[in-house]
Design a protein around this ligand. Sequence first.
Ligand code: PNS
Length: 160
Amino acid sequence: MGPTALCPGTFDPVTNGHLDVIERASQHFDLLVVGVLENRSKDPLFSLDERLRMLRESVAGFGNVEVTSFAGLLADFANERGVSVIVKGLRAVSDFEYELQMAQMNHRLAGIDTFFISTNPVWSFLSSALIKEVARFGGDVSELVPPHVLARLTEKLGRS
Ligand code: PNS
């Protein structure tokens, strides 16, 4: 088996922007592990199981992507999985400062490198938080998430 990369996040819920990064990153590694943080502190809209299910359904057509969950430190999870690289998407310069800090901390903790991939500009304004806010007030997010995620958002928020 060649290099494995880890793409971590909360994915509450997965968006087309996430999927663009996952798909493009997966083309550069033998295996891309998508690590879904349990993240109780963020009080996610979707349970861990729901987030995992939506992601698995979204990446079903990608041959070398595995979706799994983790709790605690990303550096520890990367070590457990024997992963050599973390992959993160950058939407804008404003993402960079915090991402750089995390990359340096993860290198310090686990000697692991972070590779950044620029998001497709088509999705650069997207975030899960914004999707939830717009959907909550009945705005149209149908072109920003996969159809099955839209259906779950509608179910959860009680709007069409
Ligand atoms: O999708 P998000 O919420 O922006 O993802 C953030 C995530 C999950 C990548 C980050 O919060 C993380 O790695 N959390 C795990 C805890 C940890 O390792 N914290 C120290 C980071 S240097």
